[in-house]
Design a protein around this ligand. Structure first.
Ligand SMILES: [Zn+2]
Length: 294
């Protein structure tokens, strides 16, 4: 599952590619993956591309927007208008894409994993591919979408309101949970999952198994900085492809090369003489340094 840095990387590439284009048609090949009435967005211009947690919001002019969740294996691939007879090499030029990597980047589009195709009035196209079909696209009334997302999802770590006091309130609301469980719960804080929570707890020097109620205010302040730091590292290197995610230009994100503990089990800790350990916690692989983290 992509986390905030991966989805944000895709959003930025998509925004460059499609803002200002007009949706001329939507071809729905697998109806269960498209919810809502496509005629609500046809002949409308794309105003912006936003993100909330791990979901992409395509802001369409008028009363409706598109909400996209890529889930495990979703891909969004933009292709400019192609001239007849162009070869694959040329197809690749100007293509932007993001999501689960597969040969489909360069293969002929559409293919058997292509479920929804947006046609723009200038002849360019946006393909939604999903091998496992867990992803989806929904047409939403703009106002309803905003209230639905704020009901379901906790605060974004890059929000101005994500202060030490706000994080303390969240952590203290679940005193009996381990700290990792609190941080990965999307209804409390949104956008961070298994990778970036392990990395954040490393930078904050807090063991993932600690009870939330036993984390001090000083540790909470350090943890807030650590969350921002680990996400900024993820964004800087274009997200992680460790978790099978590619950047929007089809190249691999490099964030995994900068992880301190995630997927580093058995390797020497980068901060001490210790060795990174992996355990199962809340049903998830959990990585930490038993020396650096207390
Ligand atoms: Zn260490």
């Amino acid at each position: 599952m992509p986390e905030l840095p991966e989805v944000e990387t895709i959003r930025l590439g998509l925004k460059k590619a499609i803002v200002g284009k007009t949706i001329a048609g939507v071809e729905i090949r697998v109806p269960k993956l498209f919810h809502g009435d496509k005629t609500d967005i046809i002949d409308k211009k794309i105003v912006d591309v936003n993100r909330r947690a791990k979901q992409i919001i395509i802001d369409v002019e008028g009363d409706n927007d598109l909400l996209i969740h890529l889930k495990m294996t979703g891909q969004l691939i933009f292709r400019p208008k192609q001239e007849l007879g162009s070869i694959n090499q040329e197809l690749w030029e100007g293509q932007t894409a993001g999501g689960h990597p597969s040969k489909d980047w360069t293969a002929v589009l559409p293919n058997s994993t292509t479920h929804i195709i947006f046609d723009f009035s200038d002849g360019s196209k946006l393909f939604f591919n999903d091998m496992r079909r867990f992803g989806w696209i929904k047409v939403f009334n703009s106002g309803e979408l905003a209230s639905k997302l704020s009901e379901e999802l906790g605060i974004e770590p890059f929000d101005k309101e994500f202060t030490n006091a706000e994080l303390a309130k969240i952590i203290k609301s679940k005193p009996r949970w381990n700290i990792k469980k609190v941080l990965t719960d999307q209804s409390l804080i949104s956008g961070i999952g298994n990778i970036y929570v392990d990395e954040s707890l490393y930078w904050a020097e807090i063991l993932p198994t600690r009870l939330a109620g036993e984390i001090s205010d000083d540790e909470i302040a350090k943890l807030r900085e650590a969350i921002i730091k680990s996400l900024e590292i993820g964004l800087k290197y274009g997200g992680s492809s460790e978790n099978t995610y590619y950047k929007i230009d089809g190249t691999k994100g490099q964030a995994q090369e900068h992880f301190q503990v995630y997927a580093q089990e058995g390797k020497p800790c980068k901060g001490c003489e210790g060795v990174v350990k992996k355990i199962r916690l809340n049903g998830r692989g959990t990585h930490f340094c038993p020396e650096c983290q207390k």
